[in-house]
Design a protein around this ligand. Structure first.
Ligand code: MSP
Length: 522
C-alpha cells in the first residue's frame, strides 16, 4: 500500500454557510486522514470553496454586495468553522485564488490546443441551482428535482468540451476497475449514465461574458468565461500541488474523492473525461455517500432547514456530534437526521456504554489501587477473551475503514466496549476488593480493564479524537495520542505499564436528558 494518502471533499459553494451535509463529508475526510496517519502514511487533505458562477452572482446580489466581497466572506466562514472544529484540511482551495485560476487557464488552453473543444449553438433548460443544463431525468413536473424550481430556457453560443469522445474509454475503465466508483450502486449509476448517452452528450464549458462575467476567462476567447464545474473540478489538482509541488504526483496517484450522490455526474463522468483529455491519470477512488435528510427532505441551503455544525458542537460537544454522524450513516445510503436519534445514540453508546467503562475502570483503579495501574497475575481465560476481542476489533476497524464503512468500524469498537463491560460485570472487582484473598485477581481485572480501555481509545482516535486523547491522558499514556500506530497500539497488552498513574476526571459524555432538551429548544 502507498505511503501517501490524499483525500478531497467537494469544494463547497460559497453562497451559504456550512451545514450538516458539508460537515459530514468533511468529518469523514478528517477521520480518514487521522486513520491513515496512524498507519504511518503521509496524509494530505483538500477542501475549499467554489466561488464562481451564476449562483454566486445571484447570492451576492441578494445580499447587496459584489460576488468578490460576498464569496470572500463566506469562504472565511468555512475556513474558520473547520479550523474551530479541528477538521481543517491540509490545503483549502478557493477557486478565485490566482494559483487556481492560473491552473484552470493553462488546462483550458491545453484541452483547446489538443482539439477537444468546439464552438456550438445550444438550446436547453438551465437550472442555476445546479449550474447546468438539465435533462428530462433531472426534472419532475417541470421543476428541477433537487432545487424545486423551474429551469430557464436558454439559447446560447457556447464552447463545448467533446466529452462524448471519451465515453468508450471511461466505460471500459470503470468496468476494469471495480472500486473506481464506490459503493457499487453508484458505479452502476455511472455505467447507466454512460449507456444512455442521450442524457449526456458533450459538455458546454463556457458562458458568454455579456450574461456572466464572474468566472475564469477562456484563454482562447476573452468574451467567454469558463463553466463553473470545469473550473471547480480542477481544484483537486490545485489542492494536490499541481503543477510544481514535488509531492503532486504521489498524491494524485492515490487521490480519493469524497462526495454525496448529488454531484455524482460531474465526478463520475465529466471529471474522468477531463483528466483523460488532459493526459492526466484518473483519480483512484470516487466514494459516494447518501444524503442526510431532515424531516424527510434533503437539507440544502435553498430549502432552508439547516443544521449548523458550530451550534451542534455548543449543544452536544463536537466529538459526540461527529460520533453520531459517523455511526448513524451507513456510507452510501441516505439517513434521517433527528435530534432524538442523536440523543439516543450519544446516551446509549457514549454516556452509558463507553462512559461507564471509562468511569468504572478509573474510579476503581483510583479507589482500590491508589490510582496506579496494578501489577497483574498470569492472565486467565477471561483475560484472554478480552484480549482476543481487542484483536478482533483492531482488525475489523482496519477492514471497515479501508472499505469506507465508518459505521461498521465504530460498531466493532463498541463490541469491544461491551465485551470489556461484561468482563467487569463477571469479575465483580468491587467484591474482590473486600476479600484479601482475591487481591491478585482484583489487580489482574483492573490491569486488563486499563489495557482494553487503552486499546479502545487508540481505535477511537480517528473518530472522536478529543475524547480518545482524554482517555489516553487519564490512563497516563498521553503520548499515545500522537504516537499510536494502528493496529499495533491497539493490541499488545503492555501499556499503560503497571505503576502508571491514572486520573479519574469528570464524566466524559454526560447523559443528555432529551425532555429537558426539547423544553430548552421551545
Ligand atoms: N460546488 C459544488 C462541488 C464542486 S466539487 C469540485 C457543490 N457544492 S455544495 O456546497 O453544494 O456541496 C455539495 C456537497 O456537500 C455534497 O456532495 C456533500 O458532500 C455535501 N452535502 C450537501 N448536502 C448534503 C446532505 N444533505 N447530506 C449529505 N451531504 C451533503 O456541489
Amino acid at each position: 500500500m502507498s505511503s501517501v494518502f490524499y483525500v478531497t471533499t467537494p469544494i463547497y459553494y460559497a453562497n451559504a454557510e456550512p451545514h450538516l451535509g458539508h460537515t459530514y463529508t468533511t468529518v469523514v475526510a478528517d477521520m480518514l486522514v487521522r486513520w491513515n496517519r496512524m498507519h504511518g502514511r503521509e496524509a494530505w487533505s483538500v477542501s475549499g470553496t467554489d466561488e464562481h458562477g451564476e449562483k454566486m452572482v445571484e447570492a451576492a446580489e441578494k445580499a447587496g454586495t459584489s460576488p468578490q466581497a460576498f464569496t470572500e466572506q463566506i469562504s472565511a466562514v468555512f475556513q474558520r468553522t473547520w479550523a474551530e472544529l479541528g477538521i481543517g484540511p491540509s490545503a483549502f482551495v478557493r477557486t478565485t485564488n490566482p494559483k487556481h485560476v492560473a491552473n484552470v487557464t493553462k488546462l483550458l488552453q491545453k484541452v483547446w490546443d489538443e482539439g477537444w473543444i468546439e464552438l456550438r449553438e445550444y438550446e436547453g433548460l438551465y437550472c442555476v441551482g445546479c449550474e447546468r443544463f438539465l435533462t428530462e431525468r433531472d426534472m419532475k413536473d417541470g421543476l428541477c428535482i433537487d432545487h424545486e424550481r423551474a429551469p430557464e430556457r436558454r439559447r446560447e453560443t457556447n464552447y463545448f468540451f467533446l466529452m462524448s469522445r471519451a465515453f468508450g474509454w471511461l466505460r471500459q475503465y470503470i468496468e476494469e476497475h471495480p472500486d473506481f466508483i464506490r459503493p457499487e450502486r453508484y458505479r452502476n449509476e455511472a455505467l447507466a449514465m454512460l449507456r444512455d448517452e442521450s442524457g449526456l452528450g458533450d459538455l458546454s464549458i463556457s458562458r458568454p461574458k455579456d450574461r456572466l462575467d464572474w468566472g475564469v476567462e477562456l484563454p482562447f476567447d476573452r468574451d467567454h468565461v469558463c463553466y463553473v464545474w470545469f473550473d471547480a473540478l480542477i481544484s483537486y489538482l490545485t489542492g494536490a500541488g499541481y503543477p510544481d509541488d514535488p509531492a503532486f504526483e504521489a498524491r494524485w496517484a492515490v487521490a480519493e474523492h469524497l462526495i454525496a450522490k448529488d454531484i455524482l455526474k460531474p465526478h463520475a463522468i465529466f471529471w474522468p473525461c477531463m483528466l483523460h483529455a488532459l493526459g492526466i491519470p484518473p483519480y483512484k477512488h470516487l466514494s459516494v455517500h447518501g444524503y442526510w435528510n431532515v424531516d424527510d427532505r434533503k437539507i440544502s441551503k435553498s430549502l432552508g432547514n439547516v443544521i449548523r455544525p458550530l451550534a451542534m458542537r455548543d449543544r452536544f460537544g463536537f466529538d459526540a456530534f461527529r460520533y453520531f454522524l459517523l455511526r448513524d450513516m451507513s456510507f452510501g445510503v441516505d439517513s434521517v437526521f433527528t435530534e432524538d436519534a442523536l440523543v439516543a445514540r450519544i446516551n446509549a453508546d457514549l454516556a452509558n456504554n463507553l462512559g461507564n467503562l471509562v468511569s468504572r475502570t478509573l474510579n476503581m483503579t483510583g479507589r482500590f489501587c491508589d490510582g496506579r495501574v496494578p501489577e497483574p497475575e498470569e492472565p486467565g481465560e477471561a483475560e484472554d477473551e478480552v484480549r482476543a476481542a481487542a484483536e478482533t476489533a483492531a482488525r475489523a476497524v482496519d477492514e471497515h475503514v479501508e472499505k469506507l464503512e465508518p459505521a461498521r468500524a465504530l460498531e466493532a469498537i463498541m463490541r469491544l466496549v461491551d465485551a470489556t463491560n461484561r468482563y467487569v460485570d463477571q469479575r465483580e472487582p468491587w467484591k474482590a476488593a473486600k476479600d484479601e484473598s482475591r487481591a491478585g485477581e482484583l489487580r489482574t481485572t483492573l490491569f486488563t480493564c486499563c489495557q482494553s480501555l487503552r486499546a479502545i481509545a487508540v481505535l477511537l482516535l480517528p473518530f472522536v479524537p478529543d475524547s480518545a486523547t482524554e482517555i489516553l491522558s487519564r490512563l497516563g499514556v498521553p503520548e499515545l495520542a500522537d504516537e499510536a500506530r494502528l493496529p499495533d497500539s491497539a493490541l499488545g497488552f503492555e501499556l499503560p505499564a503497571p505503576g502508571t498513574e491514572t486520573r479519574k476526571g469528570a464524566p466524559l459524555f454526560p447523559r443528555i436528558d432529551s425532555s429537558e432538551l426539547s423544553e430548552g429548544e421551545d
